[in-house]
Design a protein around this ligand. Structure first.
Ligand SMILES: Cc1ncc(COP(=O)(O)O)c(C=O)c1O
Length: 384
C-alpha cells in the first residue's frame, strides 16, 4: 500500500540480504543470528523478518513480546530472546517455542520446573557475564551455574553465550602500535575459560557457543565460535568509526519526505517555536512534515542538513513535533518536491545515520531505533 503520509522509511530488502550474505561469507562456517529487536533496529520487523528468515539461521530479539510477535507473523526459525526474563514468564517460552536466555540461577530453576510440568524440553542458552556487568552469571561463578544446568534433564541447553562491552574500540597497544582490543580480549579469554570447563570434565558443551556482535564480527575473528549475532551491521551501518571495515555492507534505509509548504521568509521574521533562527535577508524556506514525534530529534534543531531535490540544505528553527523548516536560500522548491532526511539521493548527495547521530549527540543505534512507528515503512526489492 502506498502510504498516505509523505514521510516514510523506504527499506531495501535486497540490500539487507546482501549485508547478511557479506556477514556470512566473513564468519562461515559459523551460523548467523540476526538481531531483529527494536522493530528491526527501526527498519520494520513485520517486513524484514519474513523476507530475511530463509537467509539466516537464527533470529534474535530483546524481549519476550517481540518473540511472540514474530511467531504470530508466522516466523518458524529459532528465536532467541536475549534480554533478562522473570521466572514467572518462563512458560511463555514453551508456549511460543522461543529460546530462553538463562542468565540467573532462579530462572534456570523455574525453567526446569516449567519444562518438566509441560512434559517437553525447553530450549535455552546460558548467559555468561564476562565483563559487561548487565545480566548473566559472572565468569568466575560460572562453574557452579553450569553444574546446576547439567542437573536439569528437562532442558535442552542448546547454547552458551556472552556479550562484549567494548568490541568496537580499537586501541593502540605498546610501542609497536599493534591494534588490540584489550577489554574485549579479556572478555574473550574469560569465555574460553568458561567453555574449557566442559572439556576438563569430558562433557559435551552446548552446540551453540556465541559471543560476536557487529564490532566483534569486524574486529575479532577468534570470537565467532558456532554463531555470530550481528545487529547494526546487518542494517548496513558500522558500529563505530573505529571498527575495521572487514565486511562490506551498505545502509538499507532511506528516510524520505516531501515539501508541504514553500515561502519566502523575510528578514526579521523568526522561524518556528522559540524564534531560534532568523535570516537577515529574504530566503526561501520550505516545511517538511516530519518532527520529533517521528524520531527527528528536537535536540538537533538548527544543525541537520537535508537533501531537497538532490541538494543539501540547512534545517532552520526549532524542530516541531510534526514538522520542521529548511532554508533553501535563493533556490526554489514546490509542494511535493522530494526531501531526503537519511540516505542517498540520485544526485549522489547523502546523509548517514552517523550524521544524524552527530547532530543529535548520540549514536546511529539510537537514531535508527527512534524512527517512530507512525512513519510508514515501505519495503522494496531490487529487480533481479
Ligand atoms: C545480546 C546481544 N547480542 C547482539 C547484539 C547486536 O549488537 P550490534 O548491533 O552491536 O551488532 C545486541 C545488541 O545490543 C545484544 O544485546
Amino acid at each position: 500500500m502506498v502510504p498516505l503520509r509523505p514521510t516514510h522509511l523506504v527499506v531495501n530488502l535486497s540490500q539487507l540480504h546482501r549485508n547478511a550474505q557479506a556477514i556470512r561469507a566473513r564468519v562461515s562456517p559459523a551460523k548467523v543470528l540476526v538481531m531483529l529487536k527494536a522493530n528491526a533496529y527501526g527498519h520494520g520487523m513485520d517486513g524484514v523478518a519474513p523476507y530475511i528468515e530463509p537467509h539466516v539461521d537464527y533470529i534474535g530479539v530483546a524481549v519476550l513480546d517481540e518473540g511472540v510477535h514474530l511467531r504470530e507473523l508466522g516466523i518458524q526459525k529459532p528465536i532467541l530472546v536475549a534480554g533478562g526474563t522473570l521466572p514467572e514468564h518462563v512458560p511463555y517460552y514453551l508456549k511460543h517455542d522461543l529460546t530462553l536466555t538463562i542468565s540467573h540461577p532462579k530462572v534456570l530453576e523455574a525453567a526446569e520446573i516449567a519444562a518438566q510440568a509441560a512434559g517437553r524440553p525447553l530450549r535455552a542458552h546460558l548467559k555468561i557475564d564476562t565483563g559487561m556487568e548487565r545480566a548473566g552469571v559472572r565468569w568466575y561463578e560460572a562453574e557452579t551455574f553450569i553444574e546446576q544446568s547439567l542437573r536439569c534433564p528437562h532442558l535442552d541447553i542448546e547454547g552458551i553465550y556472552t556479550h562484549f562491552a567494548n568490541s568496537e574500540t580499537l586501541e593502540t597497544l605498546g610501542a609497536e602500535k599493534q591494534w588490540g582490543f584489550s577489554y574485549a580480549s579479556d572478555q574473550l579469554a574469560r569465555f574460553y575459560e568458561v567453555l574449557s570447563f566442559y572439556e576438563k570434565r569430558s562433557l559435551p558443551r552446548p552446540r551453540l557457543a556465541h559471543a560476536a556482535n557487529s564490532a566483534a564480527i569486524l574486529n575479532l575473528p577468534d570470537s565467532y565460535f558456532d554463531m555470530v549475532r550481528p545487529g547494526i551491521l546487518f542494517y548496513g551501518i558500522y558500529p563505530d568509526q573505529g571498527a575495521l571495515r572487514t565486511v562490506e555492507v551498505a545502509p538499507a534505509a532511506t528516510w524520505k519526505s516531501q515539501v508541504v509548504y514553500s515561502k519566502i521568509s523575510q528578514p526579521g521574521h523568526p522561524v518556528s517555536y522559540g524564534s531560534l533562527w532568523v535570516s537577515d535577508h529574504p530566503v526561501r524556506t520550505v516545511t517538511v512534515p516530519c518532527g520529533y514525534a517521528d524520531g527527528y530529534f528536537r535536540r538537533m534543531t538548527n544543525q541537520p542538513k537535508v537533501i531537497v531535490n538532490g541538494k543539501k540544505y540547512q534545517q532552520v528553527g526549532r524542530i516541531c513535533m510534526d514538522q520542521f523548516m529548511v532554508n533553501l536560500e535563493a533556490d526554489h522548491a514546490e509542494l511535493g518536491d522530494e526531501v531526503i532526511l537519511l540516505g542517498k539521493a540520485t544526485s549522489g548527495e547523502q546523509i548517514s545515520a552517523e550524521d544524524l547521530a552527530e547532530w543529535a549527540g548520540t549514536n546511529a543505534y539510537e537514531v535508527m531505533t527512534n524512527i517512530a512507528a507512525r512513519v510508514p515503512r515501505v519495503f522494496v526489492k531490487e529487480e533481479k
